[in-house]
Design a protein around this ligand. Structure first.
Ligand SMILES: Cc1cc2nc3c(=O)[nH]c(=O)nc-3n(C[C@H](O)[C@H](O)[C@H](O)COP(=O)(O)OP(=O)(O)OC[C@H]3O[C@@H](n4cnc5c(N)ncnc54)[C@H](O)[C@@H]3O)c2cc1C
Length: 402
């Protein structure tokens, strides 16, 4: 078993430290104290929920989470070519829910408690210099102390010092967008439906909370617009949110004491997910706008793959190189899909509008296609696998009977 350091105490870093510790490695988690006061909620799809369950934290999170039974995409643009509204039902793919919506503070709190319980070595400092040698990696901490490890997992976010230390190139895209987030009460029950309204500045998404008349909001706007709205008195912001939602959830009331937050958005993809003794997970490796709840779900798949390759292979360098190879296509495909969809919202060009509209119209009318997209949205490969003929027990002949 390896001696590993996870750098970064966001949700990806905490999940990775817990998963690696539970699979028998010696793990140190390096980074500042857990961030409190994050007003976002995170929609985690069922495969990610199963990981939380496997790691023993789902039971404590579940009472404060809400199931997502339907997902509705609404074209809220004022453009010439508008797409039809598409509603996906989890029961169409034999699931009770696509996933669950969890307040970030609840998830982070549960992870923090589980890390203490699991005995992860918690180093509450930032990492300074990271130096790689043939036999290991050293991390010099803010206090000046130096610690040695077999390998580093960089979960240190978009500016990732680990990525820089590994010399991994990165492609970044500045976006003219920021997300306004808040929690609100509304007059009409949400019925566990998440609404993603596509607008000219990005998606405006409502996601159910456990109470029937409470939801979280992620409204993507131009940065200056998002900041101006966040500064509005709660009654005025409530009125503007209700107008944007076309009153589909009735009267909106944003809690004055909780208020709204603004999260700047950008795109980022690392050329590879590992090099030598340094592996990257989460936003250190990939970042894109919040469309279709993909960000942390993708990071959970990073963590599953990393844990599996470290258990299966002797030596950190070999395991990390298999990990990078295994993650390349999922990361590239999700990044491209989300960035492209985001671009089709921002661009006034007719061909892009046409493409988005035609895609949604197809999804609205062809159940088979909807099934593939819903499954792929939850777990890569699970939708497309249904297109492949089944193999019989000898594995030699396709079986078309199912
Ligand atoms: C508005 C919004 C809504 C979203 N909704 C969803 C959703 O519904 N579903 C979903 O799956 N995803 C969602 N996402 C994406 C998700 O929030 C991110 O993927 C996730 O928070 C990123 O986590 P992370 O741990 O990779 O990075 P971060 O949260 O950025 O954590 C990085 C950590 O590294 C630490 N760090 C940096 N430098 C150092 C250093 N030198 N030493 C030590 N530590 C260091 C930082 O302090 C920080 O704690 C959303 C994102 C946004 C912006």
């Amino acid at each position: 078993m390896a001696h590993l350091a996870v750098i970064g105490t966001g949700p990806a870093g905490m999940l990775a430290a817990l998963s690696l510790k539970r699979s028998g490695h010696e793990v140190a988690l390096i980074g500042p104290a857990m961030r409190l006061g994050d007003k976002r909620t995170t929609a985690l799809m069922m495969p990610s929920i199963r990981v939380l369950d496997h790691l023993g934290i789902w039971d404590s999170v579940r009472p404060q989470a809400a199931p997502l039974k339907k997902m509705r995409i609404i074209d809220g643009t004022k453009r010439l070519l508008r797409a039809p509204t598409v509603t996906f039902h989890a029961h169409e793919i034999d699931e009770e829910a696509f996933g669950w919506n969890i307040p970030n503070d609840v998830l982070n709190g549960a992870l923090n408690a589980a890390l203490i319980d699991a005995g992860v070595d918690r180093i509450a400092e930032t990492a300074g210099t990271i130096a790689e040698f043939p036999a290991g990696v050293t991390v010099t901490l803010a206090s000046g102390a130096t610690r040695s490890f077999d390998g580093i997992i960089g979960a240190d976010g978009q500016d990732s010092p680990s990525r820089k230390a590994a010399g991994i190139a990165v492609r970044t895209v500045d976006l003219p967008q920021a997300a306004l987030v808040c929690v609100f009460s509304h007059g009409v029950p949400h019925q566990n439906i998440s609404n993603e309204i596509h607008t000219e500045t990005g998606p405006c998404t409502t996601v159910p909370l456990p109470e029937a008349k409470r939801s979280s909001l992620v409204w993507v706007l131009r940065p200056e617009e998002a900041r101006a709205k966040a500064a509005l008195p709660a009654p005025e912001l409530s009125r503007q949110v209700e107008t944007r939602l076309r009153s589909m959830l009735g009267a909106v009331s944003i809690d004055a004491d909780i208020g709204a937050q603004v999260w700047p958005l950008s795109g980022l993809i690392a050329r590879q997910a590992a090099r030598g003794r340094i592996a990257l997970i989460g936003e250190a490796a990939h970042r894109f706008p919040p469309i279709g709840a993909q960000g942390l779900n993708l990071s959970v798949r990073d963590i599953e793959a990393l844990t599996e390759h470290l258990s299966r292979n002797d030596g950190v360098v070999t395991a990390f190189s298999f990990y990078a190879e295994a993650r390349a296509s999922d990361i590239r495909m999700r990044h491209t899909a989300v960035m492209t969809l985001n671009r089709t919202l921002l661009t006034p060009l007719l061909p892009a509008q046409l493409l988005r509209g035609a895609g949604l119209a197809l999804l609205d009318s062809v159940p088979f296609l909807r099934g593939i997209v819903m499954r792929e949205g939850m777990q890569p490969g699970s939708g497309l696998a249904r297109l492949m003929p089944k193999r019989n027990q000898s594995g030699s002949r396709p079986d078309f009977s199912a």
